[in-house]
Design a protein around this ligand. Structure first.
Ligand SMILES: NC(=O)c1ccc[n+]([C@@H]2O[C@H](COP(=O)([O-])OP(=O)(O)OC[C@H]3O[C@@H](n4cnc5c(N)ncnc54)[C@H](O)[C@@H]3O)[C@@H](O)[C@H]2O)c1
Ligand SMILES: [Zn+2]
Length: 286
């Protein structure tokens, strides 16, 4: 069964659809958005090697033609150099204003490709197909897109909402344990944001969820997305409440800068450590 979480943003509203095995139906969900049967897919090489076939088969089944650009995996891909690669590639693929770009990967691909879509021809639509836990529960929803600068993380970017988010819970099965647990840092964050019942539920179900239980994974992702969708619909551009989602992120961003945005520290690991430091600080402040 497909679960749907609406993100209510007036004319920029969209749905987040979630299910195990959703990738095999992606084409059918994307087809209604298209003015002509053609899409451009940007992914990272690792995700593409594992899951691109399933996505392209579902597009083929709908008669949607597709081309793919695969970028190196890792945070350093969120750079001017790769932004330029993506934009130039989309232009060479003759992606027009009315076309749709697909961001297929983790938060790195979602942020980079969303930003590319926001500036290509002054803005084209894009679909997020998040494949990491972090991207499914957080980065694919809400329209924050961008790249990193030498001065800090995510300092160059735009608010650009996707037209659709398709989260296939089954693809989480190929994440390394480290990547899965890093994403869980953002899930636990939602519990700490004022949802004690969800935090308790995670305390009880976290181990089974981490071990691979897809029903529990779906429940956790859906709850997290619903919390984010509510906050984003009340405060799209972070004038107030949306800043709650940055819990632990001040410390996290400092730690990521100190470790050179390398895989020495993953973003979700930084969030987990950052939440602990934020609580330590607030306790010390009384
Ligand atoms: N826009 C936002 O609101 C927002 C929110 C939170 C985080 N972020 C950004 O998200 C990024 C982190 O996202 P991430 O943790 O997804 O990083 P990522 O995109 O680098 O993915 C992590 C790793 O997992 C691999 N991977 C992804 N899906 C996989 C799958 N199904 N199977 C096997 N491997 C898979 C990737 O190849 C990569 O090596 C950071 O840049 C962070 O700033 C953005
Ligand atoms: Zn984060």
């Amino acid at each position: 069964m497909i679960e749907t979480v609406p993100v209510a943003l007036g004319t920029r509203s969209y749905d987040v659809k979630l299910a195990a095995g959703l990738l095999s139906e992606a084409g059918a969900h994307i087809a209604p958005l298209l003015k002509r049967p053609k899409v451009a897919i940007v992914s990272d090489a690792h995700v593409a090697s594992l899951h691109l076939d399933a996505l392209t088969k579902s597009l083929d089944a709908q008669g949607i033609s597709h081309s793919n650009l695969s970028l190196p995996q890792g945070e350093s891909t969120k750079s001017w150099a790769h932004l330029q690669d993506v934009v130039h590639w989309l232009l060479s693929e003759q992606i027009e204003r009315a076309d749709v770009v697909i961001a297929f990967g983790g938060g790195v691909i979602g942020d980079l490709v969303g930003f590319a879509a926001s500036i290509l021809r002054r803005g084209v639509r894009f679909v997020q197909i998040p494949t990491s836990l972090l991207a499914q529960v957080d980065s694919s929803v809400g329209g924050k897109t961008g790249i990193n600068a030498p001065h800090g993380k995510n300092l160059i970017g735009a608010f650009h909402q996707p037209s659709l988010v398709l989260a296939d819970i089954s693809v989480l099965g190929t994440l390394t344990e480290r990547d899965f647990l890093a994403g869980y840092g953002e899930v636990a964050k939602y519990g700490l944001l004022g949802d004690a019942a969800f935090f308790d539920w995670l305390e009880a179900n976290g181990p089974a969820l981490a071990a691979g239980d897809e029903a529990l994974r779906l429940a956790a992702v859906k709850h997290s997305v619903a919390m984010k969708a509510g906050i984003v619909s009340r405060d799209e551009t972070e004038q107030g409440e949306r800043a709650l989602l940055n819990l632990g992120h001040t410390f996290c961003h400092a730690l990521e800068a100190a470790t050179g945005y390398s895989d020495r520290l993953l973003h979700g690991e930084g969030v987990a450590i950052g939440c602990a430091l934020a609580f330590e600080t607030s306790a010390r402040l009384g």
